[in-house]
Design a protein around this ligand. Structure first.
Ligand code: ADP
Ligand code: MG
Length: 228
């Protein structure tokens, strides 16, 4: 079976001429199914750029990227949107839930985009909310939930489509210690059930949950270490 992620010599340059920023300077990385990777690096080292490329939210300036064996550089915008919807679950630092919309409806949203029928959407969203321990909060709107609960709803939304890959960019960056532990426990459980996780963080305690640690400095991988 092909790796979930396979990027070879990926470079990303923002801007042109005088204002050129080399955000990624030739990154190669293969991630096998079921692995759990933490990407660490100081601010400006290229973590979000890498996440955006891995998540098909942006394209590399050069280099190769295969997601689940599919060369994503050959896909058009519509196909890329499909890949994002079907194969990737995103979790962001700022939760990015839709305001004045219940947890249940937030979690159903990716299924609605995917054309899943209402009854099946409800069933799957309930399961996902149960998985993150929030079955009893399904009717609450984001402003009626704590930060930790909002992030757990976001995790439920990320996993509801059963994606090949969960991509999380500083998912605990806005959370207190207890909520951080709650969210990381869910990632651990997801990984034990076979999901591939790529987690971006600058906190060593968070990175310790992963099985493999990658360190970025100035757009290059300087460390790639198996933790467990
Ligand atoms: P990190 O997430 O590790 O903090 P980023 O990937 O956000 O790093 O940024 C890497 C480098 O690329 C930084 O120097 C940043 O200023 C620059 N950069 C990021 N996004 C853009 C953009 N859209 N346009 C120009 N430069 C950018
Ligand atoms: Mg960032």
């Amino acid at each position: 079976m092909s790796p979930v992620l396979d990027i070879q010599n990926v470079k990303k340059i923002y801007g042109e001429g005088e204002t050129e920023v080399h955000a990624l300077r030739g990154v190669s990385l293969t991630v096998e199914r079921g692995d759990y990777i933490a990407i660490m690096g100081s601010s400006g080292s290229g973590k979000s750029t890498l996440m955006n490329i891995l998540g098909c939210l942006d394209i590399p300036s050069s280099g190769k990227y295969l997601l689940d064996g599919v060369d994503v550089s050959r896909l058009n915008d519509r196909q890329l949107a499909l890949v994002r919807n079907r194969r990737i679950g995103f979790v962001f630092q700022a939760f990015n839930l839709i305001a004045r919309t219940t947890a249940q409806a937030n979690v159903e949203l990716p299924l609605a985009y995917a054309g899943v029928k209402a009854a099946e959407r409800r069933r799957r969203a309930k399961l996902a909310l149960t998985m993150v321990g929030l079955a009893d909060r399904s009717g609450h709107e984001p402003n009626q939930l704590s930060g930790g609960q909002q992030q757990r709803v976001a995790v439920a939304r990320a996993l509801v489509t059963a994606p090949a890959l969960v991509l999380a960019d500083e998912p605990t960056g806005n959370l207190d210690t207890q909520s951080t532990e709650d969210v990381l426990a869910i990632f651990d459980k997801l990984n034990r059930s076979g999901r591939t996780i790529v987690l971006i963080t600058h906190e060593p305690d968070v990175a310790e949950h992963a099985k493999r640690l990658i360190r970025l400095v100035d757009g290059r991988i300087v460390q790639d270490e198996r933790l467990k």
